[in-house]
Design a protein around this ligand. Structure first.
Ligand code: GDP
Length: 296
């Protein structure tokens, strides 16, 4: 296994004992270690570069407190910079719109969109006492529509049926009408993904977005994607005005570096994390916990 950022930082603290202050030279050495640890935690290279630049600026500009060794001071700076980058506060879903509040899900195939629709539906039903309707606009894979039907049943939310021969925007409009007429508080719209970024998919989801005018547009991304998460996040955030991110499969052995990358690229808060295949496997995102995970 790789050395974690914590282990590397601990080593730095040790070697820097006896040095009175943070200097250009000793800071440089520490930054090298931090850089390696972040890359090993799967944070994308451009994000690592920015992060290091930020830490360096803070470290060199800082008077080290009497009670702290320069090594300890640097550890504190790194920890705070991580939390700053991930987003300092827990961000809630914004459902303050005229009902139905529409949530549009976007992401590659296999990212965990359909599962997350069920998880969020269940969470809203049980924790926020919302009446939830879900619909699939994935007309390319009939199995996707059936999968959502099953997930909706398990989640205890209402399911709006759609057919593969319908246009995604027609399905979306019909679902909104149904939700209005049946007093649903929230409508969650699942969409078609592809295995990779694809212009036709992007055009379609953009059109769906413009048709629905959702209060939340959530980008769902697999934490195991590591470095690749950056390219995906970039493409989706350039196409859609995202309002948040759901990072799935954090129950795997990913170090969570994708969280840093995706937050840095999209500038949008991570709102939930997926921590299992079951519909109970959803947690509200806590930046400090993620910082600790990345620190290792
Ligand atoms: P979609 O193509 O984006 O709709 O992805 P799916 O919802 O079908 O999920 C793809 C696979 O990932 C399925 O096998 C899910 O059970 C699994 N999955 C989704 N979210 C999680 C998660 O948080 N943890 C784990 N371990 N598996 C997940």
């Amino acid at each position: 296994m790789f050395d974690s950022l914590s282990q590397r930082l601990a080593r730095i603290v040790k070697t820097m004992r006896g040095e009175a202050r943070l200097t250009e030279t000793n800071t440089q050495e520490m930054l090298r270690e931090i850089r390696i640890a972040l890359l090993e935690a799967d944070v994308a290279l451009p994000v690592v570069r920015d992060f290091i630049a930020q830490v360096k600026e803070k470290a060199l500009g800082q008077e080290v407190l009497q009670s702290l060794s320069p090594g300890q001071a640097l550890v504190g700076i790194v920890h705070n910079a991580l939390i700053d980058l991930i987003g300092g506060e827990t961000a809630e879903l914004d459902l303050a719109s005229k009902p139905p509040a529409i949530i549009l899900m976007a992401g590659l195939q296999g990212a965990g969109k359909t599962t997350t629709v069920g998880k969020i539906g269940k969470w809203l039903t049980e924790n926020r006492r919302k009446k939830v309707l879900v619909v699939s606009c994935d007309v390319y894979r009939p199995a996707a529509i059936e999968q959502l039907r099953t997930v909706a049943g398990q989640a205890g939310v209402d399911f709006f049926p759609s057919q593969p021969d319908q246009k995604p925007t027609d399905i979306a409009r019909a679902a909104v009408e149904w939700a209005k007429n049946h007093y649903h508080d929230v409508l969650i719209v699942d969409t078609a993904g592809r295995l990779g970024i694809d212009q036709a998919m992007m055009d379609e989801i953009r059109l769906l977005h413009d048709t629905l005018n959702p209060v939340e547009t959530l980008f769902v991304v697999d934490a195991m994607q590591g470095q690749d998460a950056v390219n995906t996040a970039k493409a989706f955030s350039e196409t859609l005005p995202l309002t948040g991110v759901v990072l799935t499969k954090l129950d795997g052995d990913s170090r969570g570096g994708a969280a840093l990358s995706v937050k840095a690229i999209t500038g949008k808060p991570i709102k939930f994390v997926g921590v299992g295949e079951k519909l109970t496997g959803l947690d509200v995102f806590h930046p400090d916990r993620m910082a600790n995970r990345i620190l290792g």
